[in-house]
Ligand binder design. Structure first.
Ligand SMILES: C[S@@+](CC[C@H](N)C(=O)[O-])C[C@H]1O[C@@H](n2cnc3c(N)ncnc32)[C@H](O)[C@@H]1O
Length: 240
């Protein structure tokens, strides 16, 4: 348990939303170490092409599969020609992107007319946990540019002329100790995040299914929001 990148249920749903098809061209925006494209090629070895872009050379240099093309680049200025991608993925990256509208309009530009965008993002579950969730994330990840909710993501897509074709939320377990150990934060910051968990409102603890372990850790549920959306031309072209 712990690291979501390796969580099988999150990966399975990511692939289900991507719905890989033979010959399709895939783009992973903010691909990190390329975990999704690697898994995609396992289930769909006949994928047309796979491109991983990320601002961090250090992250994409860890991609060793030669079938995955790598490019150091920014989500707001995607290094691809127009209409050359069938499915673009943004998994747990949008909170780092300064200008989300620019990013989504870039994705729209590079997508083929029948292409789709897939977003996978940890969000609050609902209005009841949103406030405390934002408090925790603000302290835990100060480099975040956004604290995105399902409603924020839907509105981002709609105002950029996408149509939502599928949307779901699932629970994925996280260990507080594991989460706190993943970044080199100060002791003070870690203690603050732990204190925010211990002092969380009962409703927050209930929604996130808090469980105190014998090792003095807290295991809780994260909410993963997945959305698949298509360009406006999708319906008219595929109806032909
Ligand atoms: C939490 S990781 C997610 C990795 C991957 N998407 C996954 O699901 O395994 C976020 C990644 O986004 C990258 N990133 C942050 N800001 C970015 C931007 N503006 N454009 C492209 N990548 C960015 C980071 O370097 C990091 O590798």
């Amino acid at each position: 348990m712990g690291l979501w990148v390796r969580d099988p249920s999150v990966m399975a749903l990511t692939l289900d939303f991507i719905a890989p098809r033979s010959g399709h061209r895939f783009l992973d925006v903010g691909a990190g170490t390329g975990a999704v494209l690697q898994n995609l090629l396992t289930v769909c070895p006949e994928a047309g092409s796979c491109l991983a872009i990320d601002t961090s050379e250090e992250m994409i240099s860890q991609i060793s599969d030669e079938r995955i093309n790598r490019c150091c680049g920014d989500a707001q200025s995607i290094p691809c020609s127009d209409s050359t991608i069938d499915v673009a993925l943004c998994r747990q990256v949008l909170h780092y992107v300064d200008d989300l509208d620019r990013c989504v309009s870039e994705i729209s530009r590079v997508l083929d007319s029948t292409g789709a965008i897939v977003i996978g993002q940890i969000t609050p579950f609902c209005e009841e946990d949103e406030c405390h969730w934002k408090r925790i994330l603000t302290l835990r990840q100060p480099l975040r540019k956004h604290l995105l909710t399902l409603e924020d993501l839907v509105s981002l897509l709609l105002r950029n002329s996408f149509s939502i074709v599928r949307c779901t939320q699932i629970r994925a377990k996280e260990s507080l100790a594991s989460w706190l150990s993943r970044y080199s934060d100060s002791q003070q910051q870690c203690e603050g995040v732990r204190a925010l968990h211990l002092s969380a409102p009962d409703e927050y603890k209930r929604i996130h299914a808090f469980h105190h372990t014998e090792e003095d850790d807290i295991v809780f549920d994260n909410c993963w929001t997945f959305i698949r959306a298509v360009k406006p031309s999708y319906f008219s072209e595929s109806d032909r």
